[in-house]
Ligand binder design. Structure first.
Ligand SMILES: Cc1ncc(C[n+]2csc(CCOP(=O)(O)OP(=O)(O)O)c2C)c(N)n1
Ligand SMILES: [Mg+2]
Length: 817
């Protein structure tokens, strides 16, 4: 019998004892969580932690929610959710403080290994080898991000994964998927603040959840404010449940179930969540729980005080309706049918006292652990510097630096490094063993800290793309050629047959198989669960991908055109690209984003904002194939790997004939390896995607003028030419030209930096490097618009010829002047 029911029905003695135990345990947790918020703020104000944002005021609602949270379920929430995390046993108070201090050991701070501010929660869902844990044996939280409503898109996908697991027959009997789902019975719990519901991401995800009918329980913690801005300026009718009233399901039409409850009303909260979650779990109907009258005892964060913007009355109300105080009142006033009571004032106060003590102890333990690592580095550095001082003519100056460091109160690694650097500056040019030892220590520590703060931007498991073995396409004797779209489609067919966990979705992807028919017939063959249409909502298409990938599926999220990727770039950049990094290898989301781009017609169908994309998306791979054989080979590689990637198919290549490989679904195009398409001796021309094909035409013309071009297709921008093959080419040609159709200083600046700086090719050049890019305006419509906006064959010819003319005007007389 549930607790909520117990409250209503006449309890028998045994039930009552259980009930009492549970209520008091809840109160204990609420008190602990509250105390953690209070002490957390103090830690920031006294300088031990940098920033704090806490969950005070939301404790009781979160305890009620957590009662319904089962193994296999997922949370996608925001920075107020400490009590949920504590209640589902995925956070300890010690870990909470470790995160506040920026503890970098992921055992002590499992959410992010100190990379995220406190208040950003996550569970560790993959092990140290990158292998999935059994997610059905733990309660799961996806990793929080700071942009408000940034949790929404992913939430949709987490919930949709349950729907897929419930309905996809092909996965049901496969053992490995049993560690992700049990018949799709898992609920995705979303949380959001009232003000953040103003974001478009919220509305987009809510609409999509209603359309898709997924088991998502969306809680809004309504404390009436978004920092200082009240609901009046945030939400129509000042109520998100009223605003969403049209989403309410009816007997005739599907939709949401909507509940309202109050953040201080323990029994009502418990009863509400019990009903809400049952509906979502059993019926796969999304539910909104609007939790009103939530308070915020300490204001928004450690950055300010709420006395500045809340009225006297509001501040008084916050005290009168404080969630924990009201919970205490409920307990003290409780009278069972037979006159039973829950606790005396003394008993309750003992719980509060005990909670305070527990929090203080765990906080101190976290601080002691946090100091340990730094203290070890500090004493090692001091010892080495002292040895060095004894060997140096700069002894007094070195000692002064050491003394200053030793006097620093609780120095951090930065202080140690600063001092070591100052000392090394003092002894530059000196020759002693002690100096060498200090330098070696310093270099070793630099490397260690690079890992500490920089690991896991990309996968470090055996499934990293770099570990997937390349396999060349093979061809039969029949010289069969087909439209590019058919090579892609037939390759997808093989992949879908081989991997039942591949799911694809996008605008027009389902019924017609994509606007370019490269999935034609696939929905009929593989069903609507695996190949489906979505609404026009790029942000949540990506979110579907992330959520599904976090639950073991292999989504191919399709964005209809590259230009419209911008609507998804927020979620790609903030969420997808940071999943592994921000969890320090605790989670992965190998989403494949499929789109098509570059040259077609007009401002919004031929853009190539590659500089913007690759700079926003470090953490995912960016593939820019020049034809569909290459593109298919990239998909084949990616599906074996455990990393997210974007593949931009060349938009004008679907109807271009290509030889049909015989090993579809098997051959694998390597990522980070360039393709030297044509060898040459005078000039290295580097390009990619659709423009590569124009550069190849230009190279033929240049050949006729006696210029031998080495043509290199980079194939992938991220990663970029890992073997430095472009430098090898420049050793031969000594001249470099980059052709790309982004704006000037976009992707071409990146490519130039990679070649000249990273590959150190500057000293190989005999001519100045040249970039040919598109004009800075958006590309104009029509063939002439394209010709005069983007690099065309004549531009490329002229630029290349000019390089040769400047190098050897005799052999290559002036062409345009
Ligand atoms: C996209 C974005 N814009 C602005 C911010 C800065 N910011 C952080 S929290 C916050 C207010 C959020 O209020 P609400 O959603 O009501 O949550 P609460 O803090 O009240 O629980 C703002 C504006 C942000 N993190 N992300
Ligand atoms: Mg708020």
């Amino acid at each position: 019998m549930s607790k909520a029911t117990i409250l209503k029905e006449e309890p028998n003695k045994i039930d009552f004892e259980d009930f009492k135990k549970e209520v008091l345990a809840d109160f204990r947790l609420a008190s602990i969580s509250r105390e953690a918020s209070l002490l957390g703020r103090r830690e920031v104000l006294t300088g031990k932690a940098k920033f704090g944002i806490f969950g005070d005021g939301k404790e009781v609602a979160q305890i009620a929610l957590a009662k319904q949270f089962k193994d296999g379920d997922f949370r996608s929430g925001y920075y107020r959710d400490q009590t949920i995390m504590l209640a589902i046993d995925q956070l300890t108070i010690q870990q909470y403080f470790a995160a506040l201090y920026a503890e970098t050991d992921e055992v002590l701070e499992p959410a992010s290994g100190g990379r995220q501010m406190g208040g950003h929660y996550a569970t560790r869902n993959i092990d140290e080898n990158g292998e999935w844990k059994n997610l059905m044996k733990q309660k799961n939280s996806s990793s929080d991000i700071s942009p408000t409503a940034g949790q929404m898109a992913r939430l949709l996908g987490l919930a949709q994964a349950s729907k897929i697991y419930r309905n996809h027959e092909g996965l049901k009997d496969i053992e490995k998927f049993k560690s992700f789902s049990n018949g799709g019975n898992e609920v995705a719990f979303g949380t959001i603040g009232d003000a953040s519901t103003s974001e478009g991401q919220f509305w987009e995800a809510m609409n999509a959840a209603g359309v898709l009918q997924v088991p998502m329980v969306m809680s809004v913690w309504d404390d009436g404010y978004g920092i200082s801005v009240s609901k009046k300026f945030q939400t129509i009718k000042e109520s998100i449940s009223e605003a969403l009233a049209g989403f309410q399901r009816t007997d005739e039409k599907k939709g949401f179930e909507i509940f309202k409850t109050k953040g201080w009303d323990y029994p009502h909260l418990c009863a509400t969540y019990e009903k809400a979650v049952k509906i979502a779990r059993e019926e796969h109907v999304p539910v909104l729980v609007h939790v009103e009258e939530v308070n915020q005892p300490q204001g928004h964060s450690t950055s300010g005080s709420h006395e500045r913007y809340k009225s006297e009355e509001r501040l008084q109300w916050e005290k009168d309706f404080d969630a924990v105080a009201k919970f205490k009142e409920f307990i003290l006033n409780f009278k069972g049918e037979n006159g039973e009571t829950l606790a005396t004032v003394e008993e309750i106060e003992a719980i509060e006292k005990e909670a305070k003590k527990t929090v203080r102890e765990q906080k101190s333990a976290a601080w002691a652990d946090f100091r340990k690592g730094t203290e070890i580095d500090l004493s090692a550095a001091v010892k080495l510097m002292k040895d060095l001082a004894n060997d140096s003519e700069n002894k007094p100056f070195i000692n002064k630096e050491i003394e200053a460091l030793e006097k620093t109160f609780e120095p951090i690694r930065k202080d140690v490094f600063n001092t070591v650097n100052k000392v090394l500056r003092l002894v530059r040019g000196e020759n002693s063993t002690a100096r060498t030892q200090l330098i070696n220590w310093y270099k070793g520590k630099l490397e260690e800290n690079k890992q500490r703060y920089g690991s896991h931007l990309y996968s470090e498991s055996k499934y990293a793309v770099g570990n997937i073995e390349a396999i060349a396409p093979t061809y039969g004797d029949d010289d069969r050629v087909e439209d590019g779209r058919l090579i892609l489609r037939d390759n997808f067919m093989r992949l879908f047959e081989k991997h039942p966990e591949i799911i694809t979705f996008g605008e027009d992807t389902g019924k017609i198989g994509g606007v370019n028919q490269s999935m034609e017939g696939m929905q009929e063959k593989f069903g609507e669960i695996r190949v489906s249409d979505t609404g026009i909502r790029e942000n949540t298409i990506l979110g579907q991908g992330i959520g599904m990938a976090l639950r073991g599926l292999r989504p191919i999220a399709e964005i209809q055109y590259l230009d419209y990727l911008l609507y998804a770039i927020q979620v790609i950049s903030d969420d997808l690209a940071t999943v592994q990094y921000r969890t320090k290898g605790g989670q992965k989301a190998p989403v494949i984003i499929r789109t098509r781009g570059h040259r077609l017609e007009g401002i919004w169908h031929s853009g190539s904002p590659m500089g913007m994309i690759i700079n926003a998306a470090r953490g995912i791979h960016v593939c820019v194939p020049r034809n569909m054989t290459q593109a298919a080979g990239m998909y084949n590689t990616l599906i074996e790997a455990d990393e997210p990637a974007l593949v931009i198919e060349p938009l004008n290549g679907y109807r271009v004939k290509e030889p049909m490989p015989t090993n579809l679904g098997e051959y694998k195009t390597p990522l980070g390896k360039v393709d030297v398409v044509k060898e040459g001796t005078d000039l290295t021309l580097v390009s990619y995607g659709s423009t590569f094909n124009i550069a190849a035409e230009a190279a033929k013309e240049l050949e006729k003028s006696g210029i031998s071009v080495e043509l290199i297709d980079v194939q992938t921008l991220l990663p970029f030419d890992l073997n430095h093959d472009i430098s090898k080419s420049l050793e031969k040609t000594n001249r470099l030209m980059i052709v790309d159709e982004d704006v000037s200083s976009g992707a071409s600046a990146y490519i130039l930096d990679q070649i000249l700086v990273k590959q150190k090719a500057y000293y190989l050049l005999d001519s100045e490097p040249v970039t040919v890019s598109a004009n800075d305006h958006r590309p104009a419509y029509g063939t002439d618009g394209d010709y005069f906006s983007k690099p065309n064959i004549d531009d490329i010819y002229a630029a290349a010829y000019n390089i040769m003319h400047e190098a050897n005007p005799k052999e290559f007389p002036s062409f345009l002047d």
